[in-house]
Design a protein around this ligand. Structure first.
Ligand code: IMP
Ligand code: MG
Length: 429
């Protein structure tokens, strides 16, 4: 049994989120003890309702306990002892928290929506907990202050994989609402192009809506930027430009610590990544084309419309990642190897740098805050948060994050946020 468990664990860590799995385990106990699957054939009055109430109470208590443990972790963080908190001992992969997470309230909110406590056969799931964490993050961030910067991944977050942001996309009006409340917006995508036209094709619905908006002031309209290739190409919204975007030269926005990313090291890293990708293509017999770009290298299907097996994509990411991690150049230059759904890319830099650049770009006008937007006032929304082979995961070290699974979930998340902003505004009146 132990061996089997270890094998499973070793093989699957890249597909698991330890924190979510741990909470799932905690909630499984009251589920087993309280749920009354026999209620399906034993129909005594009120049993189901009673069971739901009891399960709700006990789930909420557990979420309160986890919330308290996070508070304790934050207290440790404040004095530089985050490695010694109880939470860290229980969940070794836990990182830093930028805000409190009101998990008990977030659970009550999601239970009303998802009827988690009313289920008799299906225990609290990964998705239930992921959504509770998202709600808690929004609550925590809006209680601590205002979200000054919201960054969004592109594919799967704003639009379906490989598609574009069309004018009819319901996410547009939510983003415009945030902009009208002076929240800055960054689209932080892996898609790496140097031409404005390519980003216009992907994002035209949003760009045209911002241009046409009568609700936004011209200053607010300037609060939209695109960070492409994870952290490599910066474009700002410009209503007078042919594609409504202006490409800013790198020297005008790079962070001081990025000045060591020199061309010879970039080429060396991409060469190594390319040769590892070629090896995987041969070993796994993939009908793939290698795409080498200025700051990235990837594999895409040779036959448009054909699909790679998921396992092959994951294997490729893990092999290339390991090779690069173990190389000298991989230790001097940040990179991101990830599975894009039906392609694998290795990019120079990663989304933590991309979000940092957005924080700095917008924060430079607020010198009292140190010229940057703080992590607790930043929210990155993305779909890729598994620890290996996922590009949004890296954003966790620079700000708060929300993990969504589809563009429709992004819309729901923003509706929650809009509601919280409205409640807060009412209270302040
Ligand atoms: P994201 O979800 O917005 O981060 O976009 C990821 C997708 O962008 C990948 O799956 C690729 O299909 C596409 N892509 C296009 N160019 C690049 C590149 O240079 N690097 C990484 N991904 C790219
Ligand atoms: Mg994505």
């Amino acid at each position: 049994m132990t061996t089997r468990y270890r094998v499973e664990y070793a093989l699957k860590t890249h597909r698991r989120d330890q924190f979510i799995e741990w909470i799932k385990g905690l909630l499984a106990v009251p589920f087993v003890l309280n749920s009354q699957p026999t209620g399906v054939f034993e129909t005594r009055d009120g049993t189901v309702r009673q069971m739901a109430e009891e399960a709700h109470r006990r789930y909420a208590e557990i979420m309160q306990d986890v919330e308290d443990m996070i508070d304790d972790h934050i207290a440790h963080q404040k004095v530089g002892l985050q490695g010694q908190s109880k939470l860290k001992l229980l969940v070794p992969s836990i990182g830093i928290f930028f805000t409190r997470l009101p998990l008990a309230d977030a659970f009550r909110y999601q239970d009303k929506k998802r009827f988690i406590s009313s289920r008799r056969f299906v225990p609290p799931s990964f998705n239930d907990i992921r959504l509770i964490l998202n709600t808690a993050q929004l609550m925590g961030a809006t209680m601590a202050g205002q979200i000054d910067l919201a960054t969004f991944d592109g594919d799967v977050t704003l639009y379906d994989d490989g598609m574009s942001l069309e004018a009819t996309n319901p996410v547009i009006e939510r983003i415009l609402f945030l902009m009208s409340h002076n929240t800055k917006i960054g689209i932080v995508t892996a898609a790496g192009y140097t031409e404005e036209e390519k980003y216009y094709q992907r994002l035209h619905g949003l760009l045209e809506a911002v241009k046409d908006s009568t609700a936004l002031t011209s200053t607010q309209k300037k609060n939209l930027i695109i960070m492409g290739g994870e952290s490599n190409f910066l474009f700002i919204f410009d209503p007078t430009a042919p594609y409504l975007l202006q490409h800013l030269p790198r020297r005008t926005w790079i962070l001081p610590s990025m000045s060591t990313w020199t061309q010879p090291t970039i080429s060396a890293l991409l060469d190594l990544a390319e040769s590892s990708l070629r090896e995987c293509v041969a070993n796994l017999s993939l009908n793939a084309t290698i795409l080498r770009k200025e700051r990235a290298v990837g594999i895409i299907p040779s036959v448009p419309g054909s699909r790679f097996p998921r396992e092959s994509l994951e294997e490729t990411v893990l092999v290339v990642q390991k090779k690069l991690e173990m190389s000298e150049v991989g230790q001097t230059l940040p990179f991101c190897a990830f599975n894009g759904g039906n392609d694998v890319f290795v990019d120079i830099g990663d989304k933590s740098w991309g979000v940092l650049v957005c924080q700095k770009y917008f924060g430079s006008s607020s010198p009292n805050e140190g010229g940057t937007i703080r992590g607790d006032r930043t929210l990155h929304v993305g779909d890729q948060f598994l620890s290996a082979g996922s590009n949004d995961f890296k954003a966790r070290v620079v700000g708060t994050t929300a993990w969504i699974a589809s563009p429709a979930e992004t819309v729901e998340l923003l509706d929650e946020l809009v509601e919280m902003i409205a409640v807060r505004a009412k209270k302040e009146k």
